[in-house]
Design a protein around this ligand. Structure first.
Ligand code: FMN
Length: 198
């Protein structure tokens, strides 16, 4: 394997749950959004809208909506506080299934990951709050986020991406955070061994 800058950026990104209050600059935000813009999409449909939420009361409300997610992480890293609602900006990644009925979920996910990677390369932390609800119900967390942010009902929300300066050091060792490649990779066929010719 060859080490390179992109691989390093991919490995370095990590989900951070608590943020410092310091604002992020417009330039940083624009750089992150530009990374989302350059995501690939089915037939280049670019079906996304990125909603940037800086307003404190809206951020806190979003944080409360994903508190169940938050609680799971809190236990992991032993932290308290407002969680993702405390990030100076939260980006909601919404997609329009009318512009891409086949692959809108993947497309939104790629845009979110692009943004998370560039945020990380700027020294900023993110947390992937996966809010997409396969049933699309109005009572789901996704439905409530749509209502809060005025997102049209036919659109879908894939993730919330809070962005800010990490408020703690996660002390994760990158090598131990993923299974070995050999666990995931097969060559030519799913089976471990090549079928015999007989
Ligand atoms: C599609 C998706 C949904 C996620 N949903 C949750 C969630 O419900 N709760 C949570 O604590 N983290 C959630 N996360 C964050 C993952 O837990 C995290 O990415 C994973 O543990 C790997 O850690 P890392 O992001 O620090 O590398 C989600 C991530 C993705 C990509």
């Amino acid at each position: 394997m060859q080490e390179n800058e992109v691989l390093k950026a991919i490995r370095d990104r990590i989900s951070i749950f608590r943020f410092q209050e310091d604002a992020i600059s417009d330039e940083q935000l624009d750089t992150i959004l530009e990374a989302g813009r350059w995501a690939p999409s089915y037939a280049n449909s670019q079906p996304w809208t990125f909603i940037v939420v800086r307003d404190e009361s809206k951020r806190r409300a979003l944080g409360e909506l994903v508190q169940r997610i938050a609680l799971a992480r809190r236990g992991n890293v032993g932290i308290t506080g407002p969680g993702i609602g405390g990030a100076p900006a939260v980006i909601a990644i919404a997609v329009d299934p009318w512009r891409d009925s086949k692959h809108f979920v993947e497309t939104g996910a790629i845009a979110a990951q692009n943004m998370a990677l560039v945020a990380n390369s700027l020294g900023l932390a993110t947390f992937w709050a996966g809010v997409y609800n396969s049933e699309g119900s109005r009572r789901s967390i996704e439905g409530k986020i749509k209502k809060l942010l005025g997102i049209p009902k036919e659109m879908r929300v894939i993730a919330l991406l809070p962005v800010g300066i990490a408020a703690y050091n996660p002390h994760h060792k990158t090598e131990t955070r993923r299974e070995d490649l050999a666990e995931f990779v097969r060559y030519e066929t799913f089976a471990d061994e090549e079928p015999s010719e007989a």
